[in-house]
Design a protein around this ligand. Structure first.
Ligand SMILES: [Zn+2]
Length: 423
């Protein structure tokens, strides 16, 4: 298949190309031009009129629990497919299937299904060794076809629960929270090739050994659901933790730590995340979790290269208001969908998101006033880098996989292409 996207603004990694056009051949982006310089359209090319809207890279979501009534912890191929198809309708073309706190066998079931459906990035070095062209690719994806999910590509798992601090569990079920133990996690890590990132609360016993075991397999490590001190976060960096889950949510700060410490006042996870340049982080940009000033603070200090937008979306995406279960139906936590967000049953505490990434992009833009280029980067190239897939996806550049979203002038999703195949 050959596509020519024309008559709109192309959002490049560092600038807007107005009245630009992009040519896609097979699975890859072949050319990017100003419209006037383009040669005649080759026979058989499908011309896509952007109608003065935008062409942006497909969104990459590092933190997705579910959608369309399903949670990844339902651990069936049907659930995985439905979630990936739902998020693709909101412009997400790659995601990390994210676990919740659950029992051991439920994590194993999740990993088996994830392994069957994920298409992890393959480094160009590996492609060359396999006799390929050296061009980046995703194994098991075919030209002209969507990924095996029929929607967003699963880059791999974000192994999120169960290694959280109990006091920082948020909406995750408390009973199954536990510290990492090698006899257990080595079973999970046997699926290492499809785990892209793993989270742990650094203050737990065994956290360091867990992080080092993940790093040895090339799995990126996050601090999450943690009441660590600044000093514990500094130590965690030296083990190989490079990213912090949903900034400001389910984490310690000076005020929280002060409840247990006398003086001097000390920093916690919030302060450490803002302080260390080499820690990237993410914000749930649904406009319900964080007020404008917190989104602005995160953007100002971390910048578009180290701050990703995430949905943290639960199964209530595209579902009516009402009661749902966060995590596995067997043992998960009851939550509500109300007011375009997830809430605990008392309606007082937040319980993850219910909106797609397109909503996050529009909300971040409206609440922070950040330039469109930066907001798109935080939903594409930056999370792609954090997921270890920025050689393949995350920006409109020649040679990259053609994951593209057509947005109309008010930034609503009109068309979605994954690997050059139209959704
Ligand atoms: Zn969380």
């Amino acid at each position: 298949m050959r596509f020519l996207f024309t008559n709109g603004t192309i959002v490049l990694p560092d600038r807007l190309l107005e009245q630009g056009q992009v040519e896609v051949v097979g699975r890859y982006i072949r050319a990017i031009d100003a419209a006037s310089t383009a040669a005649t359209v080759p026979h058989g090319t499908h011309v896509v009129d952007l109608n003065e809207g935008f062409l942006v890279p497909g969104f990459v979501d590092l933190h997705v629990h579910g959608g369309a009534g399903h949670d990844f912890m339902d651990a069936t191929e049907e659930a995985f497919r439905a979630i990936c198809q739902a998020h693709a309708r909101h412009g997400t073309t790659s995601l990390l299937a994210t676990t919740t706190v659950a029992r051991h066998e439920q994590h194993m079931e999740f990993l088996r299904v994830c392994h069957n459906l994920c298409t992890p990035p393959q480094s160009s070095a590996t492609a060359a060794a396999l006799g390929g062209t050296g061009r980046p690719t995703f194994a098991a994806e075919r030209a002209g076809q969507l990924p095996p999910t029929g929607g967003a590509r699963i880059l791999g798992a974000h192994f999120y629960g169960p290694y959280f601090a109990k006091e920082a569990r948020g909406c995750h079920p408390g009973a199954a929270i536990r510290p990492p133990r090698p006899d257990e996690y080595l079973e999970y890590l046997s699926f290492g090739s499809c785990i892209r990132r793993a989270s742990v609360a650094p203050e737990l016993p065994g956290a360091e050994t867990f992080v080092r075991a993940c790093r040895a397999l090339g799995i990126g490590c996050n601090a999450g659901h943690t009441h660590a001190t600044f000093a514990q976060m500094e130590a965690a960096r030296s083990w190989g933790i490079t990213h912090v889950d949903h900034l400001f949510c389910a984490m310690s700060d000076r005020a929280r730590l002060r409840q247990e410490q006398t003086y001097p006042m000390r920093g916690g996870v919030v302060e450490a995340t803002l302080y260390f340049y080499d820690l990237s982080t993410e914000v749930i940009a649904d406009g319900k979790h964080l007020a404008a000033e917190l989104l602005k603070l995160a953007y100002k200090i971390k910048g578009p290269g180290a701050l990703a937008l995430v949905t943290d979306c639960n199964r209530a995406l595209e579902m009516p208001d009402g009661e749902y279960v966060f995590g596995p139906r067997d043992g998960g936590e009851p939550i509500l969908r109300r007011d375009d967000v997830g809430l605990m049953p008392d309606g007082k505490a937040l319980a993850s998101g219910v909106m797609g990434m397109d909503h996050g992009v529009r909300t971040m833009l409206a609440l922070t006033g950040a330039p469109l280029v930066d907001v798109i980067r935080m939903a594409t190239l930056t999370p792609a880098r954090i997921a270890g897939a920025d050689k393949e996806i995350g920006s409109i550049e020649i040679g990259k996989v053609a994951d593209l979203v057509v947005l109309n002038r008010d930034l609503h999703v009109r068309e979605v292409y994954i690997g050059g195949a139209k959704l």
